[in-house]
Design a protein around this ligand. Sequence first.
Ligand code: 13P
Length: 328
Amino acid sequence: MSLEKIANQMVESGKGILAADESNPTCKKKFDSINLESNALSRNQYRDMLFNAPELENYISGIILFDETFRQKDLSSNQLYPDFLSSKNILPGIKVDLGLTYMDSAKLEQQTRGLEDLYDRTSFYFSKGAKFSKWRSVFHITNDLPSDQCIKKNSEDLAEYALICQSIGLVPIVEPEVLMDGNHSIQKSYEVTSKVLNLVFESLSSKSINFEGMILKPNMVLSGYQCSSQSSIEQVAELTLQCLKNNVPSSVPGIAFLSGGQSEDLATRHLNLMNLSTNPWKLTFSYGRALQTSALNAWKGESRNIILGQKAFLNRAKANSLASQGLL
Ligand code: 13P
């Protein structure tokens, strides 16, 4: 399948992407919240509950997996997850970055690890059925940050990652995440997100990345979570769209937002409002927490709650499917 075809399928009308690629330490934090031990089996059971939700393929076009899950099997059919998802018409994706490391001795800013052996790792995933990949960079906002150096380094690495993935046949999800922790205003968030996106696309252009064969996964433009004046849904939608229109080429087929710690409901309402206007790209979701939180709390790690967990998950998937069409 061509890169363009996969990318268009990822953002097909009424569908979005499930980010289920939490690393083991992140999964442990999630499971701690329901008093469940995090081990290979409990993580397999959790993903199995989500991936087997009935008719999930009507709302979810693709799922981003973590390396461990990529190698695990669906518990009832015994198929490896990439094969199981493909058989359900859901595209299997893979997180290929190796997490974050500090850039400086003061431990203020971070860069993403994993470029050294990326070609070999992505070739392996491609040979086992992966159709797309994800690489996440993060940017912290303070009075002085992010620095130009941090934006430049992470943008160049995102472009190198995209180049390697496209050369192999995987559609890269390019994820520059401006974090919303802090007390900054929505204007500050707008300025930083604009600067980051601008440099990311400059770096992608300089490596001749095929924009039609990639997906952008940005943050929405929000006030910092500790800011005393929180923005309205209208303000978030307006500034996010303005920021994207100024910086993202219309040849990119789709923008799939991360939820970034917003509540499930707000993440859905912001997406819906943005889809009430006509935009040059498909605007959809690639949420982790905003698709999974109520499902995790309903499941609680118990097999007798699998159906409750799946119902909660499908509720969010359906709501976001509607929001991706402005139909909520
Ligand atoms: P959240 O939606 O929970 O922010 O996760 C999305 C993601 O993939 C982060 O890399």
